[in-house]
Design a binder for this molecule. Sequence first.
Ligand SMILES: Cc1cc2nc3c(=O)[nH]c(=O)nc-3n(C[C@H](O)[C@H](O)[C@H](O)COP(=O)(O)OP(=O)(O)OC[C@H]3O[C@@H](n4cnc5c(N)ncnc54)[C@H](O)[C@@H]3O)c2cc1C
Length: 474
Amino acid sequence: MKTIIVWYRNDLRLSDHPALITAVEAADVVVPVFIFNDSLLTGHHSSANRNRFLLECLSDLKHNLQAKGSDLLVRSGQAEEILVALANELEADEIYYSADYTPHAIKRDKAVKAALESAGLKFRGFPGRLAVSSLENLKTKAGTLHKVFTPFYKNWLQIERRQLAVLPDSLTPLATHIDVGNFEVIEDSIDTKLLSPDVLKGGETAARKRLTEFLDTGINTYQETNNNMSMAGTSRLSSYLHFGCLSPLEIETLLPQSTGAEAWRRQLAWREFYHYILFFFPNNAQQEFQERFRSLKWEKNETAFVAWALGKTGYPVVDAAMRQLLQEGWMHNRSRLIVGSFLTKDLGLDWRLGEQHFMRWLIDGDEANNNGNWQWIASVGVDPAPVFRRLYNPTLQQLNYDPDGSYVRKFVPELNDVPDKYLAEPWTTPAAIQQSSNCLIGRDYPAPIVDHKLARVAALDRYREASASQITDS
Ligand SMILES: Cc1cc2nc3c(=O)[nH]c(=O)nc-3n(C[C@H](O)[C@H](O)[C@H](O)COP(=O)(O)OP(=O)(O)OC[C@H]3O[C@@H](n4cnc5c(N)ncnc54)[C@H](O)[C@@H]3O)c2cc1C
C-alpha cells in the first residue's frame, strides 16, 4: 500500500492543489499534515492577527478534508524531524508540498530536503502558489531578469498555464490509530492584546464566498473604484491569497472579459512580480535593491514613528489609514502608498520600520509583497521612477481619493464635525469653527508633526545626497 504525505504550509485549500491531487492519484492513502514551529508562532515575522487567521484557515481545511473522508494531522516542532518520524510511522516514502519562493521558505525546504533524502525519502515540490508554474522562464527579450513591472507583466500574460487540478469527491480515510493532533499550540501563542477587532474570517470556505461576491458585484467596476479608499472597490482577497486559501490560477480562469477584470489581473501580476523579484534577488529582504540608495541617511525619531504607527500625525488621511490597519488588520492599497510615502519621505524614516510594523499587523503580511512594495514606495527598489513621483502630498491624496471625507471620518471620529472645507488640513480651521466642531487642534486632534512642503525639500535632498545621479524635483 502506497502512502504519500502532503505537507501543507501556505496553500491551505483543497481546490486546485497540484500537490494534493498528484498524491491522491499516485497513492492509496494521502496524509495531509501541518507543522507549527517557533518561527511561525513567535519569530521575527510572527503576528497575532495572522496566527488567528491561520488557525481559522486550518480549522476550515480540517473540516473540508473530513467532509471528504480524510483529516488534517497537526504537529509541532522541526519540520524535518517530524516528517521523517511521520514517514516511518506511516510507512510513507514520499512527501509532497507546494513550492514557495521566499528566501526563508527556500532555506527551510533545502534543509528539509537534505534530511529527508538522507533518510531515503523523496521530497517533491509542486506549483500552486502563483498562477504561473515556474518563475524561471520569465526573462526579458535579452534573456536577462525583469526589473521593471510592465515588460514583466506582458511576458507573464504570455506564459502558458497548467491545467487546473480537480479533486475527487472522496478521499481515503486515515488509519484510525493515527494521532491527529490539535491546535492548542497556536491557540496558546496568540496575544489577544495584539488582535484587530474588525477582521475577515480565514479559510477556503470564507475565501470562496468573498471571491463569488467580488466576481458578482465588484470586478467589472474595479478600474473606476479601486483607488477610492472609502468604497469597497477592491476584492479584499489578499489574505486568502497569502495563505493559499484560493488558487490564483483558478481565479484567473474565473475572470470575466472586461476592462475591470483586466485591471484586476494586472494587480495579481504585481503579486507574482514581487515573488519573482525576491526569488531572484533574495538580498532585497535586507537591503535596498538600488545600490546607490544603500547609503541613504535615515532619520532616527522614535516619537515620529510612534505618532505614525498610532495614527496621530495630524494628517487625517495618514491617521485614518494607520488606524484602519490596527482596526482591521488590513489597509487599502492607496492608503498603504500614502502612509509609505509619508514615513519614508515626510518623516525620513527607514522603510524597514514600516515593513516591520506592517508585518506585525497585516493579515495579508507577505514577505515578498510587503518588501517589494515598501522598496517601491521608498523609491529604492525595482521598477524605478524619479523620487518626486512617489512623494505624495497627503492633502491632495485625501482630496483625490477620499473626496467626501467618509474614509477619514470613519477612522478618525474626532474629525467628524469638521467641515469638508478643512478636513484635509484641519490645522487651518478658524478657531471659532474648531470650537463649534468640537475639535480643537492640539487638544482633540494633533497639529501636524511635520510641514509637508519643508519635508518634501528635505527628502529630495536626502535622496540627492545618497545618489550619484541627478535627482530632479519635478
Ligand atoms: C507599502 C505597501 C505594503 C504592502 N504589503 C503587502 C503585503 O504584505 N501583502 C500583500 O498581499 N499586499 C501588500 N501590498 C499590496 C496591496 O496593497 C495589497 O495586496 C492590496 O491592498 C490587498 O487588497 P485587495 O485584496 O483588496 O486588493 P485588490 O486590489 O483586489 O488586488 C487583487 C490582488 O492583487 C494583489 N495585489 C494588489 N496590489 C498589489 C501590489 N501593489 N503588490 C502586490 N500584490 C498586489 C493582491 O494579492 C490582491 O489581493 C502592499 C502595498 C504597499 C504600498
